[in-house]
Design a protein around this ligand. Structure first.
Ligand SMILES: Nc1nc2c(ncn2[C@@H]2O[C@H](COP(=O)(O)OP(=O)(O)OP(=O)(O)O)[C@@H](O)[C@H]2O)c(=O)[nH]1
Ligand SMILES: [Mg+2]
Length: 319
């Protein structure tokens, strides 16, 4: 590295976008420099409103994010976007029609768009995403929007990092609710019926109202917001619903509790990652890993006992 992490952090915080990109790569890949950056940046986090957007592939999440970002900019707010799905148009350019609109956004200094490429990172997708969000938070973005397809457990965990979760649904040809992955609707603070220009949008909205428990434990009632993302219809209502949920978290104190839970989770993820990396590094250094692999393969030792031996060495180090 030609420059140290503190210098890189300083340049990024002064507004340099290339330094910010480099920092994000360090953090996303879980490099030691990324951890050093987190040590410097974490005290500056906690200001941003983190909004998660999930829903089936093709439901219009990215289009919705473009429209939301534009509306938020009109209202004078800065916006960070983290797209977790590697097939996202943010990284792949699959949405050619949106290219022009997107370029308008990316040349705006009040917007920063990042796509996550680190699927399968050691320690998991969720902690890597949370760190990327933290960097954008420290950088001063007012709202940070995270997009995932919500297909797997990993992505549900990513949504745990958000203050406000939007689940995007689209009208179909019947059995709308059945078509939506069970359980995903329940994590929503706001339900979005996108593609409301298509027939059956009313049926979907009614089914959501009927079959989803809209009253949350903390007293929040989940609104159902209809949007036509390609035309920008309903986006103002959506921003207002997001803001209302932010105010709800603040005024009821629910946000503090969620913040503590989030802190607990991040500490535990970090602990897991740290122990794993330490144990693996030591085991690889002196060839002990291969010895134990062989012993497990030969049925001389079971995998749990072998793992405990490697873990013990990591935790007794430095005693
Ligand atoms: N008719 C209609 N089409 C829409 C609307 N919003 C988005 N689309 C279209 O739906 C398609 C998918 O939109 P995306 O924004 O890429 O959806 P996505 O959920 O981000 O997709 P993945 O990231 O691949 O999961 C595109 O062709 C959009 O133009 C809408 O409100 N109405
Ligand atoms: Mg997308």
């Amino acid at each position: 590295m030609t420059q140290g992490v503190p210098e890189l952090v300083e340049k990024a915080l002064a507004g340099d976008r290339r330094s910010l990109s480099r920092l994000l790569s360090l953090v996303e890949n879980g490099y030691p420099e990324g951890k050093e950056a987190m040590r410097l940046l974490y005290p500056r986090t906690g200001r941003a409103h983190v909004v998660g957007i999930t829903g089936a592939a093709g439901s219009g999440k990215s289009t919705l994010i473009f429209a939301l970002a534009q509306e938020l900019r009109r209202r004078g707010r800065t916006v960070g976007v983290v797209a977790v799905d590697p097939t996202s148009p943010f990284s792949q350019g699959a949405l050619l029609g949106d290219r022009v609109r997107m370029q308008g956004l990316t040349s705006d200094p009040g917007v920063f768009i990042r796509s996550m490429a680190s699927r399968g990172a050691v320690g998991g997708l969720a902690p890597a995403t949370m760190d990327v969000v933290s960097v954008l938070d420290a950088w001063g973005m007012d709202i940070i929007i995270v997009e995932t397809v919500g297909a797997g457990q990993d992505e549900v965990q990513v949504m745990d990092a958000a203050h406000t979760v939007l689940v995007v649904t689209v009208p179909g040809t019947g059995d709308e609710i059945q078509a939506i992955k069970a359980g995903i609707l329940e994590i929503a603070h706001i339900l979005v019926v996108n593609k409301a220009d298509l027939p059956r949008a009313d049926i979907l909205a009614n089914q959501l109202a009927e079959f989803v428990n809209l009253d949350k434990e903390d007293g929040w009632r989940v609104p159902i917001v209809r949007t036509v993302a390609i035309r920008g219809d309903g986006i103002g209502d959506l921003v207002e619903a997001i803001d209302a949920h932010g105010r709800h978290l603040e005024t009821t104190g629910a946000g503090r509790e969620v913040g503590r839970e989030r802190a607990r989770r991040r500490l535990l993820y970090a602990l897991f990652g740290h122990l794993w990396e330490e144990a693996l590094r030591l085991a690889q250094e002196d060839g002990r890993l291969e010895e134990l692999v062989e012993a497990v393969a030969q049925r001389e030792i079971d995998p749990y006992t072998a793992a405990r031996r490697l873990a013990d060495r990591a935790t007794t180090r430095g005693r």
